[in-house]
Write a protein that binds this ligand. Structure first.
Ligand SMILES: [Zn+2]
Length: 343
């Protein structure tokens, strides 16, 4: 019916893929997924508890695999000892798919001079790590990790999230957010999805189990974000036994497709190979307990179909961050809106 001039072929839309450290895979190949965990982690906040031993990481992956695990998303961002160079070998040897992260954590996790050095070029750094590789020769990151604060967002959080939003727009990658003690979910959504116009389904809110506020959970799910319930609690044990009820409430409200589960092993002592719960806990006691409360089908959806959808991206060719193209409007007072330096 159309008689006008042809507009030319539409630009090809890339098929969604999960970007693992061994390359892009179809989402359906991800398998049973620990949607938030760490094989390597280093922070001045956790002195003496560093995850920095490749042998221990390999042993933990073997234990996870033996418990039925197929994929681990490592939320360790820039400058926290991600072990990027080790990840491809660990994935090959264990048979567990691994997704690495770019991004930046709270300021408290870095020496001030590191923040000073990287803060003006964050969006460009994130894009480079997502599209070219970590540190020049490392694997590509498959997600962007950022962090909020306790019931609020400081200037560092806002700056980092503005950079993450730019990198998200340039690549399609999903943004995973550490919520401090599970708080601030709606502040984060206001910033990322309101001011910065990130599509809600490109946001994963982490640690919501630590603040079992069912009203907030439901509001975040209704907004379209993914909700990660990640990690057995240590200091806040009381939140653990509320988890089945929290997930049941979300599922009953029709948000079963928003839920992700993770282990979030952050210290050497928490590893299963050191006597802690570690990654296998998610698929042993945790899964069993949730299946008793919610049924196996729903829990399988949390562990497979949901992470496959959440971490898949229609990876676009990188555009230069900072151009301000697209219908996104102003990026707020703290956004790095100028052209960013390369990483
Ligand atoms: Zn974590």
């Amino acid at each position: 019916m159309a008689h006008g001039p042809l507009a030319g072929p539409p630009p090809p839309v890339p098929a969604p893929a999960v970007r693992t450290v061994l390359g892009d895979i179809p989402p359906a190949d991800l398998g049973v997924c620990d949607a938030h965990d760490h094989l390597f982690l280093r922070s001045p906040q956790l002195p003496g508890q560093e995850l920095d031993d490749p042998g221990a990481a390999a042993a933990e992956l073997r234990a996870f695999r033996a418990a039925g695990g197929a994929a681990v998303i490592q939320w360790t961002p820039y400058g926290m000892g991600r072990g990027a160079a080790e990840l491809p070998r660990l994935a090959r040897e264990s048979g567990v798919r691994i997704v690495a992260a770019t991004g930046l954590h709270q300021a408290a996790h870095y020496p001030p001079e590191v923040l000073e050095r990287v803060r003006s070029g964050l969006a460009g750094r994130f894009v480079t790590e997502l599209t070219e590789g970590i540190g020049g020769t490392g694997p590509r990151a498959g997600m962007i990790k950022v962090a909020g604060g306790f019931h609020g967002l400081d200037a560092h959080s806002r700056h980092t999230m503005a950079a993450a939003a730019e990198a998200q727009r340039a690549t399609g990658a999903v943004i995973g957010v550490h919520l401090e003690l599970g708080t601030g979910a709606l502040d984060v959504l206001d910033l990322l999805c309101g001011e910065l116009a990130v599509p809600p389904d490109r946001v994963i809110l982490g640690h919501l189990n630590r603040s079992p506020d069912l009203v907030v959970h439901r509001a975040a799910a209704a907004a379209g974000a993914y909700l990660a319930f990640d990690g057995p609690s240590r200091a806040h044990h009381a939140t653990d036994w509320r988890l089945p009820d929290a997930l049941a409430a979300l599922a009953e409200a029709g948000f079963g497709d928003r839920i992700l589960l993770g282990g979030d092993t952050t210290t050497a002592g928490a590893r299963s190979v050191n006597g802690g719960p570690g990654m296998p806990h998610l698929l042993r006691r945790h899964r069993e307990r949730l299946e008793t409360a919610l049924g196996a089908e729903l829990v399988t959806q949390f562990l497979t179909a949901n992470p496959a959808r959440a971490f898949a991206a229609a990876w676009t060719r990188p555009q230069q961050p900072g151009r301000g193209t697209g219908p996104t409007g102003p990026t707020g007072p703290t956004g790095p809106t100028g052209p960013t330096a390369t990483a």
